[in-house]
Design a protein around this ligand. Sequence first.
Ligand code: FES
Ligand code: FES
Length: 162
Amino acid sequence: MRVTCTVNGRPCVADNVWEGESLLYVLRERLGLPGSKNACEQGECGSCTIRMDGDLVCACLVAAGQAEGADLRTVEGLAGEDGALAPVQRAFLDAGAVQCGFCTPGLLMATEELLERVPEPSDADIREALSGNLCRCTGYEHIMDAVRLAAARRTAVEGRPA
Ligand code: FES
Ligand code: FES
């Protein structure tokens, strides 16, 4: 089958997609977007987290056909056209929250979604938002720092929410 969707603002078409194929496979292997990582393929680790029509989903659990007509955003869509890092990416780097990087794409997507919803998150909000994303390398303190830093910078630039 053919799957037509929008990925990071660009129209995309994947042909010869098998009905049982996951959206993660389509993104990585057919559309050349390997940023979303395949770590467990069972919805357990969050490494494949993307936005689908704005919602966070584990791309490994989404059947390719479900993405027909969807508006998808992957980690490749965070940086600017000129390659400039997005604020959440810069915050993860600055806070030392990135090591092997398997978990990082999913954490970035979850953080971006959290900060859109809750511009000034509490630690409990952050833990809740990232509870579906596992990191085996850094421990979570640097990741918490990164989200706090991203939130603080965002608030400094955009002003406090009303
Ligand atoms: S690869 Fe999708 S949740 Fe782990
Ligand atoms: S940096 Fe390696 S799993 Fe998170």
